[in-house]
Design a protein around this ligand. Structure first.
Ligand SMILES: *Cc1c(COP(=O)(O)O)cnc(C)c1O
Length: 371
């Protein structure tokens, strides 16, 4: 039998399929009112209650969630937004899309999340917002970040696209900043195909977000605020509602696999295992190890792939080194921890579709190729 274990895959059942059929036959696919249609409202209510915020506003992707949040916060030309360079590129791209300037702050090499001390050093009189990323599903260190935001009057937009269900000192990510942004892309903890959500406790921001996602139309065909079409279709919302009902079982399965890795991989001398600081709850979106010898990354990736294990590097290119960003003049300042992480991390499949036998197969393979 040929082994083929992907890095992530959606877990979909008959419930989703039956609901898709039902919504399709209803003939109601979307609702352009700011408050959205029946399934959009249902999904938003249950998502807000799961995260622990007053409001949740669905959109058509995680990137749209970040983009709409910046628009709602009024971030634009002349403003600076601080982001880590070690993340999915759209965290920084959306800042450029609203006409503002991304300013990078390096990560902490143990948690892979934005380092509050470097963040503090990057604040200028033009800084308007911070986008901390909860990378791999581990919360960023939000207490010092919120203190810096408070002192400097900054908006905090959490990039929680990987951290559904993760916690920081008893509160879920997405409820810690002013807005939280989630993705429902098929590789994420739960999926709607494509989709996203903004969570917030701020009613004014929630009202703006509902307008922004539907052309800023306060009433039919009248633009009262600049927006665009970022709406989540009813079919996606129905799938999301069903997926959210299953999230606990997904998180339990991920945790069981992560615990096998934590235990069995402990003897590894040439790699660091992921750390979970006290008071944090990891959702194990990705189980990422870091090699002590970065020159081994290419060989280890190819040896594990040749055994059918879908290992991946998230992310191989820090944003300040990407060709588009070099053209904009980035690349003169170095971010040593982000550059080191990019060259030495490897993520292992840990999703609910990985069986106990497969988890054992993966640990055997990792122990034999990392030496
Ligand atoms: C997935 C992801 C996004 C973008 O979400 P999409 O739904 O793919 O647009 C943004 N940031 C991070 C950290 C992500 O993992």
């Amino acid at each position: 039998m040929r082994v083929n274990i992907p890095i992530n895959k959606p877990i979909i059942g008959e419930e989703e399929a039956e609901l898709v059929k039902k919504v399709t036959l209803s003939g109601i696919f979307t609702n352009p009112q700011p408050e959205g249609g029946k399934w959009v409202k249902k999904f938003e209510e249950s998502f807000a209650s799961y995260i622990g915020t007053k409001d949740a506003i669905s959109v058509n992707s995680g990137t749209s969630a970040l983009y709409a949040s910046l628009l709602a916060a009024g971030v634009g030309v002349g403003d600076e937004v601080i982001v880590p360079p070690f993340t999915f590129p759209s965290t920084a791209d959306v800042v450029l899309l609203v006409g503002a300037k991304p300013v990078f702050a390096d990560i902490n090499i143990d948690t892979y999340n934005i380092e509050p001390n470097d963040l503090k050093a990057k604040i200028t009189k033009n800084t308007r917002a911070i986008i901390p990323v909860h990378l791999y599903g581990l919360s960023a260190d939000m207490k010092p970040i919120m203190e810096l935001a408070e002192d400097n009057d900054l908006v905090v937009i959490e990039d929680a696209c990987q951290s559904h269900g993760s916690e920081y000192h008893g509160k879920k990510t997405g409820s810690l900043g002013h807005m939280g942004c989630f993705s429902f892309y098929p590789s994420k903890i739960i999926t709607t195909g494509e989709g996203g959500m903004v969570t917030t406790n701020n009613e004014e921001l929630a009202d703006k977000l509902r307008l922004i996602r539907t052309h800023g139309h306060g009433r039919e065909y009248e633009t009262v605020l600049l927006g665009t079409n970022l709406r989540m279709p009813e079919l996606e919302a129905a799938i999301g509602f069903t997926q959210l009902n299953k999230i606990e079982s997904f998180l339990i399965a991920r945790k069981a696999n992560a615990e096998v890795y934590n235990q069995v991989l402990t003897p590894l001398e040439n790699a660091y295992l992921p750390i979970v600081p006290k008071g944090y709850k990891h959702n194990w979106y990705l189980y990422t190890i870091r090699l002590k010898r970065e020159e081994a990354q290419t060989r280890i990736l190819s040896e594990l792939r040749s055994r059918g294990i879908g290992v991946k590097v998230y992310y191989p290119y820090p944003i300040h080194t990407m060709s588009y960003y070099l053209k904009l003049g980035y690349g003169t300042v170095r971010y040593p921890n982000s550059e080191l992480a990019a060259k030495s991390v490897i993520s292992l499949p840990v999703h609910p579709g990985v069986s106990r036998e497969e988890a054992d197969y993966i640990t055997d393979a990792v122990l034999s190729v990392i030496h």
